[in-house]
Write a protein that binds this ligand. Structure first.
Ligand code: 3NM
Length: 217
């Protein structure tokens, strides 16, 4: 995966869209220019079994139409079954090195990391990119840690300059720039797009904010 594909990394599950059709929200986000998508089906009412497989296939097909990587959160079986481009795992979702051995280099592997030690471990396990957060306060992950600001990105970036990082947690169009300036290749968001009145416009504005921060002046 190239770094440009991490610029605006949209994450969503069927329960994140405030009652709207999740595939319609994803379609709008893709039209607005998101560069990567992660299906993260969690929490009360999460789809399982066949409905989940159907939903995942719908997400995959939309992502393919736009040439955007389709990543599955924490479900290797679903990732393989849907022909996903990648898998994203958290610190509690199993051993990253073991998962890398199982998927080989056929799939992108993303790992959530919350400090430099976790970043180091993920890097040696073979992660292609890190998700680091929560940068700002978030309501989308009930068990999220305390907001850490952009400091954790600065330190991971200076320790491992070659390892792409996306910031996550409470990021919106108006606070995305410091995340990029700290060294992230992109921003990862749920609510800034999934809860937006106009997800296409929200995606477009985030893309523009990230573009400007990546190319100052
Ligand atoms: N992971 P929003 S924060 C899925 O810190 C997730 O690892 C986090 O949602 C972490 O953009 C988070 O709505 C939620 O704040 C991000």
């Amino acid at each position: 995966m190239n770094r440009e594909q991490l610029a605006v990394y949209f994450i969503m599950g069927s329960g994140n869209t405030a009652g709207r059709d999740p595939l319609a929200v994803l379609g709008s986000a893709l039209r607005g220019g998101v560069t990567c998508f992660q299906l993260r089906e969690k929490g009360p009412g999460a789809l399982k079994g066949e409905p989940l497989a159907d939903f995942a296939a719908g997400c995959r097909d939309l992502c393919r139409q736009y040439g955007v990587p389709f990543i599955v959160n924490d479900d290797l079986e679903l990732a393989v079954a849907t022909g996903a481009d990648g898998l994203h795992i958290g610190q509690e979702d199993g051993n990253a090195a073991e998962i890398r051995r199982r998927i080989g280099n056929r799939m992108i592997l993303g790992v959530s990391a919350h400090d430099v030690n976790e970043a180091a471990a993920a890097r040696s396990a073979g992660a292609d990119y890190l998700g680091m957060g929560p940068v700002y306060g978030t309501r989308s992950k009930p068990d999220a840690r305390a907001a850490s600001g952009t400091e954790l990105i600065t330190s991971a970036k200076s320790a491992y300059p070659d390892l792409p990082i996306v910031g996550i947690g409470g990021i919106r169009e108006d606070n995305a720039a410091p995340v990029i300036e700290a060294g992230a290749s992109g921003v990862s968001v749920i609510s800034a797009i999934a809860h937006a009145g106009d997800p296409e416009r929200a995606a477009r504005e985030l893309r523009q904010a990230v573009r400007e921060a990546l190319e100052p002046g």
